[in-house]
Design a protein around this ligand. Structure first.
Ligand SMILES: [Zn+2]
Length: 200
């Protein structure tokens, strides 16, 4: 069922390839402050919940530092894997929030145990989707693409349901790509972002 995606190693590899492609574009653009060259300066990460399906690429979030003396500023590309500094991957934040709506208490408990979640974490993610995401420039730019409009109270499930990919993995990749601007503040000059992902 839809939870199978949590263990799908090829799905996670495909997300890494997307992140690599996004990062390559960002690196080619150069430092947004001074135009200098960007050197690799990845962040170490330890994503929780699905570790066994992840390869070594998930121990890092792709990031860059400017090579110019006196600037040296960091540029972190948008990501389809990591949602800000949260310890859970974006796919978990989306799917758990969407799923828990229709789960029986028992299945909800199993999901919580399996992904090593705190029940409060799910409530926080639900609030983030319903209260903060609808206020972001990313969402304001996105929502006009959907007719009839998506009820923000039903995020993220309603958004996932509107995408047209053949299977869940494809729709999930589309969704992660759409919300990728929310995953970094350092690209704010080029991609509008107004949520601090650290608060999640
Ligand atoms: Zn620079």
């Amino acid at each position: 069922m839809c939870q199978a995606i949590f263990d799908d190693a090829s799905f996670y590899r495909s997300l890494f390839q997307l992140d690599q492609a996004i990062a390559a574009d960002v690196q080619a653009t150069g430092c947004r402050h001074c135009g200098g060259r960007l050197h690799v300066a990845d962040y170490p990460r330890k994503p929780r919940g699905v570790r066994s399906a992840l390869d070594a690429s998930y121990q890092y979030r792709l990031s860059f530092c400017c090579a110019t003396d006196g600037c040296r500023r960091r540029t972190t590309p948008p990501s389809v894997r990591f949602l800000g500094r949260k310890v859970y991957l974006g796919v978990i934040v989306i799917l758990v929030t969407a799923l828990t709506h229709g789960l029986t208490p028992r299945h909800r408990r199993l999901l919580i145990e399996r992904l090593d979640l705190w029940p409060q974490t799910i409530a926080r993610w639900q609030r983030w989707w319903r209260e903060q995401v609808p206020m972001t420039r990313c969402w304001l730019a996105l929502r006009g693409r959907f007719v009839p409009p998506i009820t923000t109270f039903a995020l993220p499930g309603a958004l996932l349901g509107r995408l047209t990919g053949d299977d869940l993995a494809m729709r999930m990749r589309q969704l992660l790509g759409l919300i990728a601007p929310l995953t970094t503040a350092s690209w704010a000059s080029l991609i509008p972002v107004s949520v601090d992902p650290q608060k999640m």
